[in-house]
Design a protein. Sequence first.
Length: 74
Amino acid sequence: MAMKRRGITHEMIHSRTGLSKPTLRKISKGDPSVSLGHYVNVLAVLGLLDDLTKVALDDELGRKLQDIQLLNKK
């Protein structure tokens, strides 16, 4: 959807990143076998690289688990 909104085609991403077309198709499908670095390259072309810093920014579950561990250490 981000590509459509920005008017960016697979061909444009291919030329800007050097990633193969099969790899770009895998990325479009969310294939977990593709390296994170390739996803980062595509995010950069889409102008979404800063959004990566938001991943797990508010890790409520992680904080709760850490609190439980800290309380159990006493």
